[in-house]
Structures are given as structure tokens and as C-alpha cells.
Design a protein around this ligand. Structure first.
Ligand code: ZN
Length: 245
């Protein structure tokens, strides 16, 4: 009898091991499937002809520093650093990125009424000459009331895709960074020279207020800018994949 029980429980034990192994393989297969599924949402599945070029525009430069924040941090430098971080992440996703500037400079335009006017006209010309591009301008905000904070998005009124891209970005902002953000997405008025005139899908991201002590400290932090760049990359990739289907 003892031998019988040994054999019986031995068989039972082996069955249990086999069942667990089968479950494990099935679980593993599910896991593999989820990896494949998430890859299917990558931008590489968007067909090439539908994959736009990203024209990334770090605001200001050279003699135009933009907003100066608490502690003397300069908007133009933060915009450029953020743009470079975002460009690298988008490039890793197989997206072609062109920067309107990659150094501390203003662009020039022949016949412009001023250096600033020439810079804006040159950036607008770059966008209008890029046939299939998304124009994304990066800025930092400043306001007299230092309690005001939060990411603010503007879109071009001339192309409905700009609003869709802005909505994709704001959704990621609320999901991953600022769940309390209630700042409305606005159509650019004439005070935003490029966005008001551009015919390409375009957004302007005001990444936060340098006049707010809390947000200025965040924006001055390299790790926070990296997180912001990651969030923007995810939103842009999500928008491209959704619009290519
Ligand atoms: Zn600015």
C-alpha cells in the first residue's frame, strides 16, 4: 500500500507540475502578446508617407532671452535644452526632427523690420516650406501674479490638426504630470506671430511659469525637463499613430 500511495502522489505531483508549467507558458504567451500589441502602437507602424516631420521650435535665442525667471534663469536656454532632449527621444522613435535653432541664436530674414521680426518670419518660412510637418514651439511663461502656474497650450486656428495635437498633449499632461491642470487650450491670436499665421498643424507649449517659484525650480531642473520631454514625446507619438489609422 505504501508503494501504491507513493506512486499515486508521485503521479499527482507530476500532474501539478505539468499544469503549472502549462499555465506558465500560457502566461508567458500572454506577456509576449502584450509586448507585440504595445509595439503595434509604436510610430514605426505608421506608414512612411503618413509619418510627418517634426519641426521643433525652441522659442527665443541670442539677444532675445525671453522670460527671465526667479533666480535669473533664462527662458531661451531652457527652451533649447528641452527641445534637444525631445528631439533625441523622437529620433529614437524613428521620427525625423528638424530644430528651428540648435544654438543660442536668432534666425535672420532679409527685409525684416527688426531682428525679432526677422527671427519670427524665418521660423514661419521654415514651417511653410516643410511640406508635411507638425510645428511644435516650446516656451516658458511669465505672469505678474506669481501664484499662477501650469502648462498652457495654444494651437493654430488655421489647421484643425493643431487642436488635436494640443488635446493629445494636454491629455498626457493631466494623466502623468498635472492632474489638476484646468488651463483651457486656446486658439492663437495675433499676439502669437507664427501660430496665428501658420497653415501647418501647429501647437505652442508654454511649459510652465518662470514667475512661480515652485514651477521655476522644476523647470530649472534637468531631470524634470527630461520627464517633460518624455511626456511630450509620448503625446506626439500617440497623436501620429492615431492620425495615421
Ligand atoms: Zn517665450
Amino acid at each position: 500500500m505504501k508503494t501504491f500511495f507513493k506512486v499515486f502522489f508521485g503521479i499527482l505531483f507530476s500532474c501539478a507540475i505539468l499544469a503549472l508549467a502549462a499555465f506558465g507558458i500560457a502566461g508567458g504567451a500572454d506577456f509576449l502578446f502584450s509586448i507585440v500589441s504595445s509595439n503595434e502602437a509604436s510610430v514605426n507602424n505608421a506608414s512612411d508617407e503618413k509619418k510627418p516631420v517634426i519641426l521643433l521650435d525652441p522659442g527665443h535665442g541670442g539677444m532675445d532671452g525671453g522670460a527671465v525667471g526667479i533666480g535669473g534663469i533664462c527662458e531661451k536656454d531652457l527652451n533649447l535644452d528641452l527641445a534637444k532632449k525631445l528631439a533625441e527621444k523622437l529620433t529614437q522613435e524613428g521620427i525625423t526632427v528638424i530644430l528651428t535653432r540648435d544654438t543660442d541664436t536668432l534666425l535672420t530674414y532679409e527685409g525684416a523690420s527688426s531682428a525679432k521680426n526677422g527671427d519670427l518670419r524665418a521660423r514661419l518660412k521654415m514651417a511653410e516650406e516643410s511640406e508635411d510637418c507638425l510645428f511644435i514651439s516650446l516656451h516658458m511663461n511669465k505672469f505678474s501674479d506669481s501664484s499662477v502656474k501650469g502648462i498652457t497650450l495654444y494651437h493654430s486656428p488655421n489647421n484643425p490638426e493643431g487642436l488635436k495635437l494640443a488635446e493629445a498633449i494636454m491629455a498626457k499632461v493631466k494623466e502623468n504630470l498635472q492632474p489638476e491642470n484646468k488651463r483651457p487650450i486656446k486658439a492663437a491670436d495675433s499676439s502669437l506671430y507664427i501660430l496665428h499665421r501658420i497653415t501647418r498643424p501647429a501647437v505652442l507649449v508654454e511649459c510652465g511659469f518662470l514667475s512661480n517659484a515652485y514651477e521655476a525650480a522644476l523647470l530649472a531642473d534637468d531631470g524634470y525637463r527630461d520627464r517633460l520631454a518624455e511626456l511630450l514625446k509620448d503625446a506626439i507619438v500617440g497623436y501620429i499613430v492615431a492620425s495615421s489609422q
